[in-house]
Write a protein that binds this ligand. Structure first.
Ligand SMILES: Cc1ncc(COP(=O)(O)OP(=O)(O)O)c(N)n1
Ligand SMILES: Cc1ncsc1CCOP(=O)(O)O
Ligand SMILES: [Mg+2]
Length: 529
């Protein structure tokens, strides 16, 4: 099917057709955003640690679009390369034509180029469709020691490809191979290798010293034809380094595609790889001696114990405890003690609302509370502070009309986290729904001393907002044992519970008051049914 398709379009017969937009199509694009784009020309790694798959992940993680031309399909895992199937030159040419003629990548990055024909086809395509920058990662031997591009390709590499490159990024073995087998053991050797490779024609040469013996740092040397630059990063002790070369080159490509100058592109790319390696140092994927790393810095958090076990359930809003640093101070309690007592009394959701706390103390308290809440299966949200929520991986945040807009919070926190928004009017409720919130907090229902200058909307105001809201609602403001039933007696289906501060935390025994309030709420909801 794919074969037929590519021939039906026959892009390479008339590539200009792809480039000239009709006035209508051009107009439709006027208000659109052009995104930075890297094309990677490389081999596929079935283990997905290196090659095309690493390039895709690195670019995605750096916020750059990545298209792919596949030069070879390898059977590969964490133990090594078991097989290589080289793609025919003509089909590499067809892929190149398809992408270059239509999508206009800003930067081309090359990896495994396993045949002379493929190198020649690539050089030809780049002459036909020039790009902003060409990064050549001269992949010859895999980190497991398997040969990915034989010596026969080297001459074509040197004669045709390297003179077109804006930067070439050999490791010590590759630099040595490009120079006919010289031995490279010191930073001084790397410098002279960079200079010799520069004589072949690339604008910049980055010799990577990751394999340099006896060094605490990973040192890379750049020569730009005039000056030498050294880039150091700490050597991360981990077996999970498969694909670092490909990923570094594609990250440099990504930064160049965004418009960065070469030196800053290399600096940013190295920092990114260092963080990803450090984050991934303990992950286990595969049984071989060299595992992949986690480009997106996400996998570790999947440990079930550390994760919220279930998606947001509106019944969690039933008895929602909101902490208050001043009340804790008044009663001489820590935040964690307050949270423990509220859970003991039966709260169904917790929000840390610590307006006075220093950020560092707040984060530490949030982490400790999160551990307690995860253990008891109670969702924990952070009031106002998206940074703290992100740093401790809380279950969500609650924001008000003057805080960060919920749509921005959703982008920052991702699709799974719980987002609550304070609403006083039907318009607020409508906007919260459009912004991707999960619930709304509506109040102050009754007068309160906990939040200054807060407008009281009464039970009528609460009912109006509930009826206009497509989201579940929790009522807040001056609610306690004496009036909680009047809130629940409104019996609007999407009013799911009450959020309380002083009725729990400005009391001698948090757990006793929580139990009492829980009973009141249960009694009013059963009497409604
Ligand atoms: C459940 C719930 N509802 C409303 C609020 C109030 O949030 P906001 O309007 O942002 O005011 P502050 O709490 O930040 O003073 C809330 N915190 N929780
Ligand atoms: C944070 C907030 N938002 C609206 S009213 C309120 C304070 C609620 O505190 P209390 O339950 O002590 O009245
Ligand atoms: Mg707020």
């Amino acid at each position: 099917m794919g074969f037929h398709c590519s021939h039906v379009f026959s892009a390479h017969h008339n590539p200009k057709n792809f480039l000239s937009l009709s006035p209508v199509a051009a107009m439709q694009r006027e208000d659109k955003v052009r995104v930075p784009h890297v094309l990677t020309v490389a081999g596929s790694d079935s283990g997905a640690g290196a090659g095309i798959q690493a390039d895709l992940k690195a670019c995605a993680s750096r916020g750059v679009y990545c298209s792919t031309v596949i030069t070879a399909v390898t059977a590969q895992n964490t133990a090594g390369v078991q097989g290589v199937n080289i793609v025919a030159d003509e089909f590499v040419a067809e892929q190149l034509n398809s992408v270059l003629s239509d999508m206009r990548p800003d930067v081309v990055k090359t990896g495994m180029l396993p045949s002379i024909g493929i190198v020649k086809v690539l050089c030809q395509s780049l002459k036909e469709f020039p790009v902003g920058a060409l990064i050549v990662d001269p992949v010859m031997v895999s980190t497991s020691g398997d040969v990915l591009a034989g010596p026969s390709v080297l001459d074509t590499f040197r004669q045709d490809l390297l003179p077109m490159a804006d930067i070439v990024t050999p490791n010590l073995k590759e630099a040595s191979a490009l120079l006919g087998g010289v031995s490279l053991e010191t930073v001084a050797d790397m410098r002279s290798a960079a200079k010799s490779i520069h004589d072949i024609g690339p604008r910049n040469v980055l010799v990577k010293g990751g394999d340099l013996p006896d060094s605490l740092d990973a040192i890379d040397v750049l020569f730009d034809g005039k000056d030498f630059f050294e880039f150091r990063s700490s050597r991360i002790k981990t077996p999970n380094t498969h694909g670092t070369g490909c990923s570094l080159a594609s990250s440099i490509a990504a930064e160049l595609a965004k418009g960065s100058p070469m030196i800053s592109a290399i600096k940013v790319a190295k920092r990114y790889i260092e963080s990803a390696l450090s984050y991934s140092k303990d992950i286990i994927i595969g049984n071989g001696c060299q595992g992949p790393f986690d480009h997106l810095l996400k996998l570790k958090n999947n440990e079930p114990r550390l994760h919220r076990q279930r998606p947001f359930d509106p019944t969690d809003l039933f008895l929602y405890a909101v902490t208050d640093s001043r009340m804790n101070l008044k009663w001489g309690r820590s935040i964690t003690d307050g949270v423990k007592a509220a859970i003991e009394g039966g709260v169904t959701m917790i929000q840390l609302r610590e307006k006075e706390a220093d950020t560092r103390d707040f984060l530490e308290a949030a982490k400790a509370c999160l551990e307690i809440c995860r253990f008891h299966g109670v969702p924990l949200l952070i009031n106002d502070r998206i940074d703290v929520a992100l740093a401790c991986d809380a279950d969500g945040v609650h924001v008000g009309q003057c805080d960060m807009p919920a749509s921005v919070v959703r982008t920052l926190l991702g699709p799974e986290k719980i987002i609550g928004v304070s609403c006083k009017t039907p318009e607020h409720a409508q906007q919260a729904y459009l912004d991707g919130a999960d619930y709304i907090g509506c109040g102050g229902v009754f007068p309160t001393n906990t939040k200054e200058n807060n407008l009281t909307i009464g039970l009528d105001g609460l009912k109006t907002v509930c009826l206009a809201s497509k989201l579940p609602v929790v009522a807040i403001g001056g609610i306690g044992i004496s009036n909680a039933h009047s809130v629940m007696d409104l019996s609007v289906p999407n009013l799911k519970g009450v959020a309380v501060v002083s009725a729990l935390f400005d009391r001698e025994s948090i757990s006793t008051e929580t139990q009492k309030l829980h009973r009141v709420l249960t009694e009013s909801t059963t009497s409604i049914r």
